[in-house]
Design a protein. Structure first.
Length: 296
């Protein structure tokens, strides 16, 4: 195969994401073989030029680069149980945990395969849309990533985060967790104004602008974590913020809004202050969550 010949790609799993990935490779001229436990879900891809395998083992045998995009880690093991992985490059885009990624890497390598785990930072409509900002975290075999980087970058940006196979899932879940916390605040904010004569569409730009302005503070938090100095560049220390929480809770009560999305965060902040760290930034809450000793 020459450098200009598109790499054949096997895709196991043709749900919404797997189908989007397969369509992207087909559109880029890659020979694509697909398999799905429910064969009917491969029909549209077959109409678009994909070869359909009768089994996962047959699909794996069709080419070296094997993309796995299934329901969960157990599904991966079941699908590949009877496939010959020797000499194959397995890229697992199935959502999982860091521990599952590490265990699956050992499992694949014991069967003669190189392995990458992955975390997709996108939803299916973002795939193959350069303007969407979609990208995928990869971790595991650096050689596999270097060899197939251009192919992997066809559906979405490809970012290698280390040779530890668990790092892709860890980055994925860490960012998704941050998103969950952000939306908790967003929903609470909308709930506060819900009963008033405040149009959600007029309020939304204010909310987006404020969150965007505050998002830059993650760099200060990172600097404090690396330096160990949680009093560095403090603007509003933990004690001040904890005291201000009373106003947030009182306002929620006045507006008839449950504080249940906020109270766990506030309780952790109160604990930080109770430990005598009120003069520091709230960065110390990270140590409480992680069970680490307090920074000096």
């Amino acid at each position: 195969m020459t450098a200009n010949t598109p790499t054949p790609v096997t895709v196991l799993g043709t749900g919404a994401m797997g189908s989007a990935l397969a369509r992207a490779w087909l559109a880029a001229g890659h020979p694509v073989t697909v398999w799905n436990r429910t064969p009917a879900r491969t029909e549209a891809l077959a109409a678009g030029g994909a070869a359909v395998a009768g089994s996962a083992a047959e699909a794996v045998a069709a080419g070296r680069l094997v993309i796995v995009c299934l329901l969960d880690d157990s599904s991966v093991g079941e699908a590949l149980e009877h496939a010959s992985l020797s000499g194959r490059d397995v890229v697992n885009l199935t959502t999982g945990t860091p521990a599952q990624g590490r265990a699956r890497a050992v499992w694949a390598e014991a069967r003669g395969a190189r392995f990458l785990d992955a975390g997709i930072m996108a939803v299916p409509p973002m795939i193959a849309d350069p303007s969407s900002g979609a990208y995928v975290f990869y971790s595991g075999s650096a050689e596999l990533f270097r060899e197939h980087r251009d192919t992997l970058a066809v559906p979405a940006g490809a970012t290698f985060v280390g040779t530890d196979p668990g790092f892709a899932a860890l980055h994925d879940v860490a960012l998704l967790s941050a998103m969950s916390g952000m939306f908790a605040g967003v929903f609470h904010a909308f709930a506060l104004v819900r009963r008033e004569d405040i149009a959600p569409r007029e309020f939304a730009p204010l909310l987006q602008g404020w969150l965007t302005a505050m998002a830059g503070l993650v760099h200060r938090t990172a600097d404090q974590l690396e330096s160990g100095d949680y009093a560095k560049d403090v603007v509003s220390n933990a004690a001040m913020q904890a005291a201000g929480n009373a106003t947030l809770l009182r306002t929620a009560q006045e507006q008839g809004v449950s504080p249940e999305l906020l109270t766990p965060y506030m309780a952790l902040m109160d604990r930080l202050v109770a430990e005598g760290r009120g003069a520091q930034d709230t960065t110390g809450m990270i140590d409480l969550l992680a069970g680490r000793p307090a920074a000096s």
